[in-house]
Design a protein around this ligand. Structure first.
Ligand code: FPP
Length: 243
């Protein structure tokens, strides 16, 4: 069974640092080139008919990086939001953010809130930035939310099932990712969308994020179209041989 364009693509944008050091450049230059790639890929995904694009822009673990690098990443993010707002309007792209947003610097939160509010009515594509995000942290936050409802007597523990837990995640209205792309070769999830990726197709490319282009995205989509998505069921071949 083949399928069309994935509705939701999630990307682990890895390799900015390696791209820079391979050229003898500082890491910040790599992150800048990474931000340019974000611009390119947001437009490309929109043109290719993707409905939701989730980018792992700053992980919970990234707080362990040197303070200067964290500041650079937040500055780049704010610069990106300011510069890209016209594109979001032009292409009718809604901006959202998921993660422990309360831990971000005040200026970054204000910027996200402003652009989020300005674009809230758009439906062409949703761009989700995962910021201060960790999959385990998201599940902990969901557990706390449910526990609070139980404590207040509004929820019975037996009523907690997959649907109820999924509703307590950061963006319960979004579909699970169909395709998860990781650049720069590492073969792991790194705490990204752990719950939502249960049946997601994985595509790993050695390309460093700053070099990821619309053509690279099209290669990923072509690979995705060859996959047989089974969601835990038997393969088409096995089903056919069973008659
Ligand atoms: C990985 O590079 C990438 C990140 C730490 C986060 C992604 C950040 C950007 C693409 C730049 C700005 C983002 C936006 C949304 C404008 P790395 O430093 O881990 O690379 P390395 O593993 O090669 O060191």
């Amino acid at each position: 069974m083949t399928h069309d364009t994935p509705r939701h693509i999630a990307i682990i944008m890895d390799g900015n640092g390696r791209w820079a050091s391979a050229r003898g450049l500082p890491r910040l230059v790599g992150h800048r080139a990474g931000a340019d790639a974000v611009r390119r890929i947001v437009e490309a995904a929109c043109e290719l008919g993707v409905k939701v694009l989730t980018l792992y822009a700053f992980s919970w673990e990234n707080w362990d990086r040197p303070a200067g690098e964290i500041r650079d990443l937040m500055d780049l993010l704010e610069e990106f939001l300011v510069r890209e707002t016209p594109t979001l309007h032009k292409q009718a792209i809604r901006l959202r953010a998921i993660g422990r947003l309360e831990t971000l610097p005040e200026s970054t939160r204000a910027c996200l809130a402003r652009v989020g509010a300005e674009t809230a009515a758009y439906t062409h594509m949703t761009l989700v930035l995962a910021l201060s995000y960790g999959g385990r942290q998201e599940l902990v936050d969901a557990a706390r939310r449910l526990a609070e409802e139980v404590r207040q007597g509004r929820l019975r523990p037996e009523a907690i099932d997959e649907t109820r837990l999924a509703q307590a995640l950061y963006a319960p209205d979004l579909p699970d990712p169909d395709l998860l792309i990781r650049t720069s070769g590492e073969q792991r999830l790194s705490n990204f969308l752990l719950w939502q990726s249960s049946y997601t197709e994985l595509y790993i490319t050695p390309t460093y994020w700053p070099e990821f282009t619309k053509a690279s995205l099209e290669d990923a989509l072509a690979a995705y179209r060859q996959r047989e998505r089974r969601f835990g069921r038997a393969s088409a071949l096995a089903r056919a041989s069973r008659g």
